[in-house]
Design a protein around this ligand. Sequence first.
Ligand code: NAD
Length: 504
Amino acid sequence: MKIPIINHFIAGVAVPPASGQYINVENPATGAVTARLAAGNADDLDSAVAAAKAAGADPAWRDMPAERRSALIYALAQRIQAHAQELLYLESISCGGTVSRLAGMDLPAAMDICWTIAELVKNYPFVENLPQRSLPEMTHGQVIKEPIGVCGLITAWNFPLLMFLTKSITALASGNTVVVKPSELTPHTAARFAEITADLLPPGVLNIVHGYGHVVGDAMSQHADIGKISFTGSTRVGKLIQVAAAQTCKRVTVELGGKGAAIVRPDADLNLVAHAALFGVMLNSGQMCESGTRLLVHKSIEQQVINALNEVATRLVVGDPLDPGTSIGPLSSNQHGERVMDYIRSALDDGARLVCGGERLSIAGCEGGFFVAPTILAGANNQMKAAREEIFGPVLVVIPYDTDEDAIALANDSNYGLSAGIYSTDLVTAQQMSRRLQAGSVWINDWHAIRSDAPFGGYKESGIGREFGIKGLESFLEIKTVITSFQRDPNAKMLYAMLHKQPA
Ligand code: NAD
């Protein structure tokens, strides 16, 4: 079978890489090469940024009213709907996501993100008039929210389509133009989206430059004509991007890693805990920044919780992600799979006890993929490497605690601060505890409860800034204050008298 070529998308058309070089993209479930991807460089990026800059200066885009941008986002969403099946397949063969999750969550969430942003911009006050203020003299004041200009969007491999849409739809809805660098591991859906919407978006408004992060992503972070970088990925790279972007004082939003802790109080509904805690850490084979990877369980119910988790875990189906009966697919690569296994081994070396899983599985028809059985480690403590570092695999670490105070201290004892949660039937206590958890999202009796109208992002080393909702929209806007003075007689201007001692 002929292997498809994925080129850059610049000024509305496919553009081959200046270097002539391509990267093989593999299906994580099978190891088969699914595409040859343009290996971009700084020259390709310059062309894309120039196209984005020109499109942003064109009155057709620059002066487009927010209502029309909103209508455009609705039209883009309709295109996604019309191509849903194809996008779902491409997403699965590039990131290994199960079709049941992609159909049940990712595609509906993609539509929801578009619709929420489209509604938001229709009513957002891009121009605000300030109330009258007569001292030192009568002026009219306006606060204007303007697009930043060319935005550089860099995404990770775990939810390629959702991340691409969250960033690009929000940036475009705010009137910016964009250059996107999708993860080199999962470029398919962003590239296809650009093709199927090429007739809707003015050329140059949406550009994609593919390639390696340390080449294209780094050049983006330094580019003088890029005003903002919005990045999702590892904390290590997020820090590099902030350093590089500081040279030109770019606006920066970074969504980084996590080590979410869920507290199980003695009054929790244990059947809910068993299902929700596994949903919180096993979805997408644990390759989610906000996964609930540490389960802090009150000592009095520790064994009961472990038994319930073990029983529900045995019913999870690891398999081919294209099979609708599969609940857990492969890890992103063999190298990443080996890293996950190393973490499991390190926890056992540190004294944790294996409740279930802990092994690589072979899946018929997917022998080239790396599949790890859902793994639960009990008897752990918060100092173990497996409890401190992001594993990014289907691994739950269970840690016992004594009091609510201890649980809060353990949850907060992490460099990360993306997600946290509380399982309890005492909702007042749970809400009080939520105020003390250092995390951008706290879920009570649930996990992954992300809403497209609520801010999402991290405390501490989990990130800077927020995506989604009004906060997300505003992260792509500059704020300008315009003051108009009505007094034209210099002698009547109170403050001028401090400098001009003679009447005019
Ligand atoms: P990564 O940091 O390796 O790569 C992310 C992106 O950055 C890729 O497109 C990559 O090519 C690019 N990149 C790499 N080096 C770069 C550099 N020097 N300059 C600029 N760009 C560079 O992350 P990953 O392995 O793709 O994704 C997994 C990580 O992403 C995990 O740590 C996970 O927690 C995090 N993540 C966070 C969120 C969130 O919202 N907080 C969401 C999803 C994933």
